[in-house]
Ligand binder design. Structure first.
Ligand code: GLU
Length: 422
């Protein structure tokens, strides 16, 4: 199913609004407040002209959406992807508001993106694109106002360029302007692995919650980028069996379990997991339909939808990507699976350690890895328990709705205390 902007099933902004309406109804929220939260505080559209290596100029379009700053500075990633649209960026910034509130860190939701296929650009073209985009959004970012981070097809090098560009303009180094930086430049230990590690911690807690264990659980992961890899690595350290993984070119399966590090090395060398020795091929679509204990969609949005939802056979689904399940499919799977953990909880490890990174940058005092991982564990386990308790309060609602209710209550309380002015 292709993303269709007029279809509420696949338009991410419509999806986000529908989720908001559903949880607002559960707590009897005024429609005025729902309307308030549907609209982002601010969205900036920018032109990003880039001189290509051959001397020609190509013009890209970028966005930064700041959804709701009532709990603190806006926070969220920047993605480089050919399908980036303003609506998608707004939806993603709304999800960041809920994500930060759910895990109770003092940020509001932000998100940015450039509509570009980064695989077509050389490294120096990417650097120029990043620096120009940073310059274009400078009027609305600062370390106390809006703090970008990596997202799809951006990484610690992208953040290093952003931090450098911003700092050169300011005339002094401002490490806290972005998170997900290289450790050498004020990044946090454990940030690179944080999102995947968080996915693993949440998967372990989910297994416990359904009276099972992560030990020897069979797990299929769609996506073997940063999040997919670190989730696979941490889960296999916990004793789980990673039976199938995929990337944009295809997938591999071995029911005895894949060697996740050998696979990562193979992908680095060949550019893909496809044809990994000792495995059988499997398509991205068929990976989703495997009868496994846990399915982890860790690639892009909208991959589980009305057309394939009936074929999903996993006991549990943990949403590592942002928005991998459409609302229709989510309702179906919440009836069928034992647990479906929403993205705003499952992938929040990244922004949680981003918060730790920002705190370390502001204090110029850095933590050891053990402390980072310990505090990540504490925040995540608490948020998971909050979700389970809140769901019990309402009966058999969607797990997403339980998570959303927690987030919404916190955001609404901050709004109420601050008031509307002028
Ligand atoms: N892009 C990540 C997310 O969607 C991380 C955001 C951040 O660290 O600010 O949660």
């Amino acid at each position: 199913m292709k993303a269709d902007p007029t279809n509420p099933e696949t338009n991410p902004y419509e999806m986000a609004c529908r989720q908001l309406e559903r949880s607002a109804e559960l707590i009897g929220l005024d429609s005025e407040l729902v309307d308030y939260l549907k609209v982002p505080d601010r969205v900036l559209t920018v032109k990003v002209p880039v001189r290509m290596d051959d001397g020609r100029i190509r013009v890209f379009v970028g966005y930064r959406s700041q959804h709701c700053g009532v709990r603190g500075p806006y926070k969220g990633g920047i993605r480089y992807h050919p399908n980036v649209t303003m609506e998608e960026v707004i939806a993603l910034s709304m999800w960041m508001t809920w994500k930060c509130a759910l895990v109770d860190i003092p940020f509001g939701g932000g998100k940015g993106g450039v509509r570009v296929n980064p695989k077509e650009l050389s490294n120096s073209e990417l650097e120029r694109l990043t620096r120009r985009f940073t310059t274009a959004i400078m009027p609305i970012i600062s370390e106390n106002r809006d703090i970008p981070a990596p997202d799809i097809y951006t990484d610690s090098q992208t953040m290093a360029w952003m931090m450098d560009t911003y700092s050169v303009y300011k005339g002094y180094t401002v490490p806290g302007i972005v998170t997900g930086k290289p450790v050498e430049l004020g990044g946090s230990l454990g940030r690179e692995s944080a999102t995947g590690r968080g996915v693993a911690i949440i998967t372990r807690e989910s297994a416990k919650a359904i009276g099972s264990t992560i030990k020897d659980a069979s797990i299929a992961i769609q996506g073997y980028g940063n999040v997919g890899y670190w989730a696979a690595k941490t889960l296999s350290e916990m004793g789980a069996r990673i039976v199938a993984v995929s990337d944009s070119r295809g997938g591999v399966i071995n029911w005895d379990g894949l060697d996740v590090d050998a696979l990562a090395r193979y992908k680095r060398e060949t550019g893909s997991v496809v044809d990994f020795p000792g495995s059988e091929p499997i398509s991205n679509e068929n990976l989703l339909k495997l009868k496994v204990d846990v399915l982890i969609p860790a690639a892009i949005g909208g991959v589980i939808h009305g057309d394939n939802m009936k074929k999903i056979r996993a006991r549990m689904i943990v949403e590592a990507a942002n928005g991998p399940i459409t609302p229709e499919a989510e309702e179906h799977l919440n009836r069928k699976c034992e647990l479906v953990v929403p993205d705003i909880l499952a992938n929040s490890g990244g922004v949680i350690v981003s918060y730790f990174e920002w705190v370390q940058d502001l204090e110029r005092y850095f933590w050891d890895l053990d402390r980072v991982n310990r505090e990540l564990e504490r925040v995540l386990v608490k948020a998971f328990r909050d979700m389970i308790v809140t769901r019990q309060e309402f009966g058999r609602i969607l797990w997403r709705d339980a998570a959303m209710v927690i987030a919404l209550r916190r955001v609404i309380e901050s709004l109420r205390l601050r008031g509307l002015w002028p």
